[in-house]
Design a protein around this ligand. Structure first.
Ligand SMILES: [Zn+2]
Ligand SMILES: [Zn+2]
Ligand SMILES: [Zn+2]
Length: 165
């Protein structure tokens, strides 16, 4: 009796609906695809299970790729692009070096950058003399990276004055 009632209800508003995947007529349970699947229509139970599995696998695959990508970024020196295998060799540049976009350096590049920074900080950019407490900033248009000793600054100043005429 119960079964008949249920059956009657179903046939009354029977629109012929078909699974959008296998095209089977949907007589039993029908399933709405998840919004993330970007599908329109209804699915039979088998296809719904298949799609669910497929979607989970795809999501896992994407996550794996994302992790691999991040892992690669975190293990690649951003100056020389070499792969840094050991985690303890992944060096972070010091903030005072002013390397905004660089987050990971290999030990060699770290040392090189540090030495370069120390050189700029302590030695004249032209003659390489160790500078004392007093050092001179080159004028911008001289395009010199670093600081200068007194003698080199004067020379450079004279030169650029001559060049200006
Ligand atoms: Zn189906
Ligand atoms: Zn490097
Ligand atoms: Zn100098």
């Amino acid at each position: 009796m119960r079964f008949l009632q249920g059956f009657g209800k179903k046939t009354r508003n029977a629109k012929l609906e078909h699974c959008i995947d296998c095209n089977k007529e949907l007589t039993g349970h029908k399933y709405k695809p998840s919004p993330g699947w970007k599908m329109n229509g209804l699915l039979c139970s088998d296809c719904h299970i298949e799609r669910t599995k497929e979607f989970i696998l795809k999501a896992e695959e994407e996550k794996k790729q994302e992790l691999a990508q991040r892992e690669k970024e975190e293990s690649t020196c951003q100056l020389c692009n070499s792969l840094i295998n050991s985690v303890k060799d992944r060096k972070k540049p010091e903030w005072k070096w002013n390397m905004d976009s660089v987050t990971i350096l290999c030990p060699q590049c770290y040392e090189k950058t540090e030495a370069e920074f120390t050189r700029k900080l302590n030695f004249c950019a032209i003659c390489g003399t160790k500078m004392g407490f007093i050092r001179y900033n080159p004028k911008q248009r001289w395009r010199i990276d670093g600081q200068l000793c007194r003698r080199c600054w004067d020379e450079q100043n004279l030169k650029s004055k001559k060049a200006d005429g």
